[in-house]
Design a protein around this ligand. Sequence first.
Ligand SMILES: [Fe+2]
Length: 194
Amino acid sequence: MGSNGRSQQMHYTRIDLSQDIRVQVIAFLNQSLASTLDLKTQVKQAHWNVKGMDFYQLHSLFDEMASELEEFVDMVAERVTALGGMAMGTARIAASRSILPEFPFDILEGQDFVTALADRYAMYAKEVREAIDSTNDLGDADTADLYTEISRAIDKRLWFLEAHLQTSVETVSLNGTADSPVEVSKSKKARAKK
Ligand SMILES: [Fe+2]
């Protein structure tokens, strides 16, 4: 289990969580540290390279998002050390452990950058939300709370990103399936032609 940090050295701490629990929580935190670092560098990549008529607002938004992720990197890493573990946060570790795919290098326009980031924020949001439950189940309410704080902020950023992409309205029926009125009106037109 070395790859997720579970075989690492632990420091003695007076904290009232057992070493077994702390080792498991630290494994989640170090996994998140890798993904958070990776996401931050990808958002910076977008900040530097985005082009098009929305350049300046996206350039500024992406910088704000990267700064927020930098805070989360620190919060997660320092929770590891507070629990007596070693924060594993080098670029090499982040690249090898992150759950995210590499950022695309063949895009130029703002919308493609927003889509690439929305895809990655959604994956990261899922990892963080799962970690809320996992650390809660382990009995570490403080780490679960840290994850909840991150999760709420990431969901908000996902909204910011998706608001750029939501150009048509989708209605969701009560059985949970989504359909687009655009598609509905197209099929109505097709029926009218018959
Ligand atoms: Fe900058």
